[in-house]
Design a protein around this ligand. Structure first.
Ligand SMILES: [Zn+2]
Length: 506
């Protein structure tokens, strides 16, 4: 007899609802799975048989054929174990088809019939919900995550026996439904404040500008000047994400199994700090079944590249397109997979391999050739996509002992003011931040008065700037004016922006 039931698979970072058909017929006992199933799905055969037998059911000695449709979607993941086992029980008439048709099923089976949590629950449950299914059965540990989807009743169940009892009405269970109040954001979560950073007030100001307008920033300076401390505190001054942003980010972390099971919701902006040995695939994503990398993990948050020149050139170059287009595109078997890449890039670099080139108090031990080689590793094309650059000075004793002045709260307020101005300005343009303005927008919204124009012309000629740097300087000036609540870009806004311009070397 033929049975049908609902489940889903993950494609890239999207869930896709699929139907599993199970047919049991006379013939040599066998299990055949058709419909582009990969190794992880074919392995399910070896788990389902003991899982069913150990749960007290007989495994049918017939020819079993399973088809997962639509056919052109590749199916992978152990979460298809449970739907397949339920499909067999339905086809053996152990279960009533009209009941199971109202549910979607997800879960990996242990050989003893218990359910193990799986990855990608959120996007898969979203996908079946869009198809009109309102009840899902998932492993206990996945129930909270599944309940992030609005309008779904989630039944977290620990073993196959209990699922059958529940579907037959012999077991009563209370479903879990969405309750976002349990994830209310608290700002104090990470306990980090810019006030903790001493003596680097100018850098704090520059980071406020960077965050306000979405400008990528490179910080240079000797070791122990506070670059990492500063970068870590940036997510705390970004405005809160909206619900869709949080859910989108949670889906990416769900697929990669990176959610905290007790609190499976990405309610705070991410801060990613990959190691400098990271490959290109690790940075943007990769693999035969493409999986996201650090760039999508940093979506809506911060990607911090500490010791940027230490990263492999191919890894750094892979950032160029995502920085420009705010998306990662990977092509596999003629299909395009897109991952989001809306992140703020913060890079840090020492001026030379030993870290002390140009430092008044320490001697640099590097040769001129070493320094040249090191600085060259930051390729021109990537650097030219970073809007701002600042140098962090080594601190004197007095500066170290001095109390910090700018705190996260004040910086957050400045960012919020500038972001409000940008939201109004870009209402019907498809962009949200000053860093994304094109030439036409610059002419419309970032006009300079004649005095400022003269300063910029002078800087262009004397400071060996290129046209791209010129545009970036004006965009940064626009952001500084927005922080100031000024519709016009004034001379002091422009001169501050010029101080943040990218230098020829670090
Ligand atoms: Zn050195």
């Amino acid at each position: 007899m033929l049975s049908k039931l609902n489940t889903a698979v993950v494609q890239g970072i999207q869930g896709q609802a699929v139907t599993l058909e199970t047919d049991i017929a006379f013939g040599l006992p066998s299990v055949t799975i058709v419909g582009l199933a990969d190794k992880s799905v074919r392995e399910a055969r070896d788990r389902i048989r003991p899982a069913l037998i150990n749960s007290g059911y007989s495994f049918p000695a017939y020819r079993i054929t399973m088809n997962i449709s639509p056919a052109d979607v590749t199916k992978h993941g152990s979460h298809l174990d449970l739907p397949m086992a339920i499909g067999i029980l339905l086809s053996c008439e152990e279960l009533e088809p009209s009941v199971s048709a109202r549910f979607a099923f997800f879960g990996e089976l242990s050989l003893d019939g218990s359910l193990k949590p799986v990855t990608g629950i959120l996007p898969m449950v979203r996908a079946v919900r869009q198809k009109g299914i309102r009840r899902v059965i998932v492993p206990m540990e996945n129930a909270q995550e599944a309940s992030l989807v609005d309008g779904v009743e989630v039944y977290g169940i620990s073993c196959i026996r209990r699922i059958v009892d529940f579907l037959q009405g012999e077991l009563c269970l209370k479903p879990l439904t969405r309750d976002l109040s349990r994830y209310e954001e608290t700002r104090e979560d990470d306990g980090m404040d810019f006030l903790d950073v001493r003596g680097q007030e100018a850098a704090k100001r520059a980071l406020t500008v960077a965050v306000a307008g979405g400008h990528g920033i490179l910080m240079t300076g000797s070791p122990a000047t506070g670059k990492t401390m500063l970068a870590e505190r940036v997510p705390g001054i970004l405005p809160p994400m909206d619900l869709e942003e949080k859910l989108g980010l949670t889906e990416i972390y769900s697929i990669c199994g990176m959610l905290d099971r007790r609190r499976p919701f990405m309610h705070c902006r991410p801060f990613r700090r990959p190691h400098s040995s990271l490959s290109r695939a690790g940075m943007i994503g990769g693999g035969a079944e493409p999986r996201p990398g650090e760039v999508p993990f940093a979506d809506h948050g911060v990607l911090f590249l500490d010791e940027m020149p230490e990263f492999p050139t191919a890894t750094l170059e892979s950032l160029r397109l995502p920085l420009e287009e705010r998306t990662v595109r990977l092509i596999r078997r003629g299909r395009t997979f897109e991952f989001p890449a809306d992140f703020l890039l913060i890079a840090a670099a020492n001026p030379c391999p030993c870290g002390y080139y140009g430092d008044p108090d320490h001697e640099c031990k590097c040769s001129a050739a070493d320094i040249r080689r090191y600085q060259k590793r930051l390729s021109g094309p990537l650097l030219s996509r970073i809007d701002m650059q600042i140098h962090l000075p080594s601190l004197t004793y007095d500066q170290v002992m001095e109390e910090g002045r700018l705190d996260s709260r004040a910086m957050r307020e400045m960012v919020a003011r500038a972001r409000d101005a940008q939201t109004k300005r870009f209402r019907s343009t498809g962009i949200r931040l000053n860093c994304r303005m094109d030439g036409k927008m610059l002419r419309k919204w970032a006009r300079l008065d004649s005095d400022s124009e003269l300063i910029l012309r002078d800087a262009y000629e004397k400071l060996n700037m290129d046209p791209r740097m010129l545009d970036k300087t004006v965009k940064v000036a626009r952001t500084i004016a927005d922080i100031d609540g000024s519709g016009k870009i004034r001379m002091d806004h422009l001169t501050e922006a010029l101080a943040y311009r990218r230098k020829e070397s670090i």
